[in-house]
Design a protein around this ligand. Structure first.
Ligand code: AMP
Ligand code: MG
Length: 547
């Protein structure tokens, strides 16, 4: 069919949808859109609540090509009406998924899609099987006391970061569009009793599945054996067919695979300096995708204890350095939820241990690439690696710039830096490319400069002993050390402009972040250190959960 090819993308409003999830799984027997506990069901059918004046603010051409969907012809085209929840495409049977979760270490009971509404899956063509979901499209039976809406600032952050993560090679849910609703949303951004109206927005996000660990946990917690089994069978057959038909062994194999994918995802987070900020089990994807972009952030100064989430400032449970352990903790909760199906604690335990092994393997591999080394197995290598992170943490050092510039550090003395000019000159030549990474470059003139230079000597010795072609080495390093990441203050600048009706800064940022490993002349300012004014500004360093 011609309409289904990439060169002839479909109008979203005419694209046929279906929903395997809704068709296969137990449905909420009550058809009432009011907050309540839902029993024995995987989802509740619910329609988006229409909005007053939707306008398309941003669009992901790249994802649209993957999905075979045409860019809307106007800011209020029929497709935009679909993306705002004002209209349905053929076959859409919208629903909110039911899930529970452990939040900040404690079982929180039923949560569910309180403001996300799945529209269904694309039924045919290049995008077949991708599920589209609107976030901020109105109340559902899982909204509790909240309004089911989302504000522009948090929606823009989700839109931007989803696509940036994809560009960085990090497994993630995607974002197709950002639509403003023309309706204000009341939010108390600083939780100080001063709620004020903010522009409302809706993100359309896409993934092969939005199932979370918490979808399983809710059935297990309430002893809903039948719906637990049906959910597990559905996810197994549809997303992990390689493990064969449902059986205890197949469920265990699926669990092991989820551990493996989660390990890969978190290793990537650590590689690029991403902090999710709210790693509750309801925010953990069964496909190992980064999901639910809320008070996330990017490490600027390297600090394993840093979290962008003000709600977590005291305990720092979800800080950068804790992410691997928290992922394992969350996987243990998923294992607990699957226990009645697998009925074999040992195989689940092995699946969980697989996370640790895989994370170490993946992260170590990425770290080697970041340093441009083939292997690290010599005596003293571990201590030398520990010293790297100690050095990075000792003074404020921009993680992204530091690693990116490492490829420019001269290993051997160059022609200008002959043995006769002494160690001093070589030391200076090695530190020079890294100066940009320091928020106070004067530290390099003192003790810290000597310490870093000593560590760089270790790097040079190791790299030279591995005799890799220098150009090839730099290529490997530059392919894993991004030049551009969506720094918190850059996202905030895009939000400020978008709030004034100007999408250009967002578009520029999105375009650059499509190719985060490539130098893009004219875009140097987007790769620079965070400016001082952004150090303590709301949204630029710390974020509340208010969204
Ligand atoms: P989050 O912290 O964004 O992962 O959300 C936790 C739970 O709260 C999920 O069940 C969300 O659907 C729900 N939630 C968050 N914000 C809202 C809102 N504005 N309206 C309704 N439900 C919400
Ligand atoms: Mg969530």
């Amino acid at each position: 069919m011609e309409r289904e090819t990439r060169s002839h993308p479909n109008e979203l409003s005419e694209l046929p949808f279906c929903s395997a999830f809704a068709a296969a799984l137990p449905c909420d027997p009550l058809d009432r859109n009011e907050s309540r506990a839902v029993a024995q069901a995987c989802y509740s059918p619910v329609l988006p609540t229409p909005v007053a004046a939707p306008r398309l603010l941003a669009w992901s051409d790249e994802l649209a090509a993957t999905l075979g969907i045409a860019r809307p012809g106007a800011v209020d085209a029929p497709a935009v009406q679909v993306l705002a929840g004002n209209r349905l495409a053929p076959g859409m049977r919208p629903f909110a998924a039911r899930y529970g979760g452990h939040q900040f270490g404690h079982w929180a009971g039923q949560l569910g899609d309180g403001r996300a509404i799945s529209l269904g899956e694309i039924g045919s063509g290049v995008g077949a099987g991708w599920e589209l979901q609107l976030k901020g499209a109105g109340r559902t039976p899982y909204s509790r006391h909240a309004d089911g809406r989302a504000v522009l600032r948090s929606s823009l952050r989700e839109f931007l970061c989803s696509e940036a993560m994809h560009g960085l090679g990090v497994p993630t849910t995607r974002a197709l569009s950002l639509v403003t609703t023309g309706e204000p949303v009341l939010r108390d951004m600083f939780y100080d009793g001063n709620a004020r109206p903010e522009p409302g927005a809706i993100v359309c996000r896409a993934a092969p599945s939005f199932v979370r660990f918490g979808n399983f946990e809710i059935h297990a917690a309430l002893g809903e054996d039948d719906s637990l089994r049906r959910l597990a069978d559905f996810v197994l057959e549809r997303h992990f067919p390689e493990f064969g038909p449902p059986s205890p062994a197949a469920y265990a194999a699926m669990y092991r695979e989820v551990s493996e994918r989660t390990a890969l995802m978190v290793a990537h987070w650590m590689r690029v300096g991403f902090v999710h900020g709210v790693m509750n089990t309801d925010n953990m994807s069964i496909l190992g995708l980064t999901i639910d972009y809320g008070p996330y952030g990017w490490l600027e100064g390297y600090d394993p204890g840093w979290t962008p989430n003000t709600t977590d400032a005291a305990g720092r449970r979800y800080c950068y350095g804790n992410q691997p352990q928290i992922a394992a903790w969350n996987l243990a909760r998923l294992g607990g939820a699957l226990l009645s199906l697998v009925d074999d604690r040992d195989s689940l335990q092995q699946g969980l241990e697989h996370f640790g092994t895989e994370f170490e393997r993946r992260y170590r591999g990425m770290l080697l690439q970041k340093l441009g080394l083939e292997a690290l197995s010599g005596e003293g290598d571990d201590a030398w690696l520990d010293e790297l992170f100690a050095v990075l943490g000792a003074v404020e050092t921009d993680m992204t710039i530091f690693f990116r510039r490492l490829a420019q550090v001269p290993l051997a003395p160059g022609p200008r830096v002959g043995a006769s000019s002494g160690d001093d000159e070589l030391r200076r030549a090695r530190l020079a490319p890294l100066v940009e990474a320091f928020y106070d470059p004067r530290v390099l003139e003192g003790e810290h400069g000597l310490r870093l230079a000593h560590w760089l000597e270790g790097l040079a010795a190791r790299a030279l002993s591995q005799a890799r072609d220098p150009l090839r080495r730099a290529g490997v390093m530059n392919a894993v050390n991004p030049l551009y990441v969506p720094r918190n203050y850059l996202a905030q600048q895009a939000i400020d402009a978008a709030t004034e009706g100007d999408p250009a800064p967002l578009e520029r940022l999105l375009a650059v972040l499509r190719r985060p490993y490539e130098e893009q002349p004219g875009q140097e300012s987007l790769a620079a250190r965070r400016p001082e004014w952004a150090r303590n500004r709301a949204g630029c360093s710390a974020l509340s959960c208010s969204s």
